[in-house]
Design a protein around this ligand. Structure first.
Ligand code: AMP
Length: 511
């Protein structure tokens, strides 16, 4: 192989991974045959976790607001959650010493059988807040995974917008259910359907799924809904925006689906635009509780946010300069399009920065490999589209770079929330191109102020003199300070400038 061909091949491998998937290099072949590697099932792997950070105790200072009638008393310790022995052991083995605020309030609300819309900042323990009380109730009811059956009827369904996120939630469910009779299963796109059907048929109490594949499994008659007690929407605002709302309506519209009066519906996110809150009420009992930990839609206070003014043409070099200073520290670089993700990842590889990438045009095998290489530190730089913006909990992500700013503020909040998790400190650097990003300026100023961070004077100027100053998009009313039922306490009507569904590089990206 000549040297130049070799270089191109190495760069291609670096960016694309070792794909032998159906689409592959030459396209075509729609049948998905990918079967993810078998998960290690030893205790050390199942319970491996990273340490909470120095600001973990500061979570207790965050203001909490529960609205709705008769909210149950918050718990202060996991002991007060009255978890059964196996769950308690699993919580201990996970390294959880005390509950975070969303857990202190969310666990008793769910255990009391109430519907819940919960909002808490990124990385503050929302997953355990819904998993623990659900698993506790299933254990108390004596639920056991049924043996092989052509139809499985789970007691709980959890939906999330991306494949990697739902897989992560499944791993958390598997961890907390370890050693119990409760069997979680995961289904998502990009993986062999036959493989997932076989997994479901072996028994399924808690089904975690992305919407498309979940609906497919129900449609094929492999999953029945008649025993369903819990429906959980993680990243609920995303699940109910224009992209996924029809799927969610289809899900609750199945004839077998228990009505909202006869099931418990739980919604979790870090962002809740006011219009989405109102629509979410369609899925919830009228007496649902709204739990707000901190500012609804606010950025994680443990992330230091910095902005650099750039021009379109200077960004690439500035990124490289930045990455030269971070060395092997784990860094996520967000871009707006799949093409840009490939382009930037290739460029960085050429410059000998160990980089991988994740976006909706990559095979599932490649996406999982990219995430694994990033998690392990083999590739300390991950170039990603917004497909990786929500929920992913990766140890030691020290920097988030917004190479391209997203065009809606919720995505910004979620993206920078990939760092600064569980009380650890993180840093976010955003390249701000006045020509392209003016419409976001005002929202950014609000987000920075609410997180008690310094607002650069040039950004403030841009916010109040640029196009964003007048550009109010009525399609998305801004972010509520709290429960929308309290009567439209809007703060910034232009803060959520565009529906997220229009900003993802396409819908397939999300499922
Ligand atoms: P989440 O926001 O659910 O993705 O959780 C963020 C990270 O915090 C995950 O790594 C969790 O395992 C961890 N975590 C959640 N709750 C606790 C807790 N009470 N104590 C220690 N770590 C926690």
């Amino acid at each position: 192989m000549s040297r130049s061909v070799m270089v191109i091949y190495v760069i291609y491998k670096c960016v694309k991974g070792n794909d032998q998937g159906a689409k592959g290099v030459f396209g075509g072949g729609p049948k998905v045959t990918y079967v993810p590697p078998t998960l290690p099932d030893d205790e050390d792997s199942i319970f491996s976790h990273y340490e909470s950070g120095i600001n973990f105790d500061k979570y207790d200072d965050i203001m909490v607001d529960v609205s709705g009638t008769n909210p149950p008393q918050a718990i202060m310790t996991f002991d007060e959650a009255a978890l059964c022995e196996s769950l308690r052991k699993n919580v201990n083995k996970s390294g959880y010493v005390k509950p975070t605020p969303v857990q202190k309030h969310g666990i008793p609300i769910i255990s009391a059988g109430r519907d819940l819309m919960a909002c808490a900042q990124t990385g503050s323990g929302k997953t355990a807040a819904f998993l623990l009380p659900i698993l506790q109730q299933l254990m108390a009811d004596g639920v056991a995974a049924s043996s092989f059956s052509e139809l499985q009827e789970p007691e709980a369904i959890i939906v999330a917008p991306t494949r990697e996120l739902i897989n992560q939630i499944y791993l958390e469910a598997r961890k907390f259910a370890y050693g119990t009779c409760v069997r979680p299963v995961v289904v998502y796109g990009g993986v062999s359907t036959g493989h997932q059907i076989r997994d479901i048929l072996r028994g399924c109490n808690v089904l975690c799924g992305t919407p498309g594949r979940l609906l497919d499994m129900i449609g094929r008659g492999k999953v029945g809904l008649s025993k369903l007690q819990y429906l959980v929407l993680d990243e609920a605002d995303r699940m109910l925006d224009m992209g996924f709302e029809p799927d969610m309506r289809r899900l609750v519209g199945f004839p077998e689906m228990p009505s909202k009066e006869n099931r418990q519906t739980l919604m979790f996110s870090a962002t809740y635009p006011e219009d989405i809150q109102r629509m979410a009420a369609d899925f919830l009992k009228t007496d649902y509780l709204f739990l707000a930990v901190g500012v609804v839609g606010g950025a994680c206070s443990d992330v230091e946010q910095t902005f650099i003014q750039v021009t379109k043409f200077s960004k690439r070099e500035q990124l490289l300069d930045f990455l030269r200073t971070t060395g092997t520290e784990r860094t996520m670089v967000f871009v707006e399009t799949k093409r840009q993700a490939d382009f930037i990842a290739t460029y960085l590889c050429q410059e000998k920065v160990l980089t991988t990438s994740i976006h909706g045009d990559r095979e599932q095998r490649e996406r999982e490999q990219a995430l694994a290489d990033f998690r392990s530190g083999k590739c300390p730089v991950l170039v990603a589209t917004s497909v990786a913006a929500r929920g992913l909990d990766i140890q030691d992500v020290q920097h988030v770079v917004n190479f391209d700013l997203p065009n809606n503020i919720d995505d910004y909040v979620h993206r920078i929330g990939r760092t600064g998790r569980c009380g650890n400190i993180g840093k976010a650097v955003s390249f701000y191109d006045p020509e392209a990003d003016g419409q976001l300026a005002r929202s950014l100023v609000t987000i920075l102020s609410k997180a008690q961070q310094e607002v650069p004077s040039w950004l403030e100027e841009s916010a109040f003199s640029g196009p964003g100053a007048t550009g109010f998009n009525p399609s998305r009313k801004g972010f509520a300070s709290t429960d929308s039922r309290k009567g439209g306490s809007f703060q910034d009507n232009d803060t959520r400038s565009q529906p997220a569904a229009q900003t993802a590089d396409d819908d397939e990206e999300w499922e």
